[in-house]
Design a protein around this ligand. Structure first.
Ligand code: CO8
Length: 300
């Protein structure tokens, strides 16, 4: 059972100082929710657990765009670990509390003009997020209620099932090539496992951001629903998945995902070094700076 142990095993490696981070977490006021519902919140993620259903909802609340900063990724891993270790929780729905945006992907400012040590710490946090989510024992459903480029798309792809709001203005995809950067092999592997090799190959080369209807057509998301029905639909899908015995579903998930997970675990440090040498190149730094400027100019 590689996947069931993987998250806990990685916590023990101390890649992210989870227990220390817990120690630093601010004390929260008692939850105003009824007894079967519990909530905990950090700065960037709100978690609500419905104990009677065994389902938690993780809501990203890091405006303006839920970018995946080091702080965000750390909170994400802490929240997921807490749910993973909670016997009352069997499934988690990931969604956004920021209107029109699921997540804008990795925080580009974490990859610009920083030290080698910072790049290493940041990249380990990105790896950790993916390893924990992809190997999760829980049923994971992404309720994609807004745009979801790059790392945002990766989060959705890493779940067991994806439901997207049918708004054609919302797009999703691994658009790294458009930024002049290359999606790492484990982003690619996750994408291939969802959409197949041919679709992934062209989509990755073109850095395509697929409007919701197209994302559905190519199998990037499993279904589209009107935005106001997204929550109910995610709950219904979760009930269907949770109707099965956990152990059979978990072992099947492990069987399907193990090879891809093992590949990163085996090459983790090499992947960190690759990231550092790639992102430190002046040409790449220049591309990222220009991209950020383009985002800012778009407004004016
Ligand atoms: N990181 C940091 N800041 C961001 C990001 C981001 N990913 N995205 C947006 N912002 C900032 C903008 O610069 C802007 O800042 P400010 O208010 O200071 O001008 C603010 O957030 C709001 O952005 P917008 O005005 O653009 O908001 P919109 O609602 O109009 O659009 C979008 C939202 C669609 C999300 C749009 O912001 C967008 O397209 N963002 C860029 C998304 C993107 O391309 N992300 C890719 C990140 S790279 C990644 O995830 C994988 C990298 C793999 C690394 C491999 C290396 C080897």
């Amino acid at each position: 059972m590689a996947a069931p142990g993987l998250g806990r095993c990685m916590a023990r490696t101390g890649v992210l100082p989870l227990s220390q981070a817990w120690g630093r977490a601010p004390r929260l006021p008692p939850s105003p929710l009824p007894a079967q519902r519990r909530a905990f919140s950090n700065n960037k993620i709100l978690v609500e657990l419905d104990e009677s259903a065994g389902v938690a909802t993780m809501k990203f609340k890091s405006p303006p765009v839920n970018s995946l900063s080091l702080d965000f990724l750390t909170e994400f891993c802490i929240s997921l670990e807490k749910l993973e270790n909670d016997r009352a929780c069997r499934g988690v729905i990931l969604t956004s509390a920021v209107p029109k945006i699921f997540s804008s992907g990795l925080d580009i400012t974490e990859m610009c003009g920083k030290s080698t040590e910072h790049y290493a710490e940041f990249w380990r946090a990105v790896q950790e997020m993916w390893l924990r989510l992809y190997s999760s024992n829980m049923v994971t459903v992404a309720a994609v209620n807004g745009s979801s480029p790059a790392g945002g798309c990766l989060i959705a792809l890493t779940c067991d099932y994806r439901i997207m709001a049918e708004n054609p203005k919302f797009s999703i995809g691994l658009n790294e090539a458009q930024l002049g950067i290359v999606a790492p092999f484990w982003f690619k592997d996750t994408f291939v496992n969802v959409v197949g090799h041919r679709v992934a190959e062209s989509s990755l080369q073109l850095g395509s951001l697929h409007p919701a209807p197209e994302a559905h057509r190519i199998g990037l998301v499993d279904e589209l629903v009107p935005e106001e029905k997204l929550k109910d639909r995610a709950t219904a899908v979760m009930q269907k998945w949770l109707a099965l015995p956990d152990h059979a579903r978990q072992l099947t998930k492990t069987m399907m995902r193990k090879a891809v997970l093992d590949r990163l675990v085996a090459h983790r440090e090499e992947d960190v070094q690759n990231f550092i040498s790639f992102i430190s190149k002046e040409s790449i730094q220049k591309s990222l700076r220009m991209y950020m400027e383009m985002l800012k100019k778009k407004k004016s």
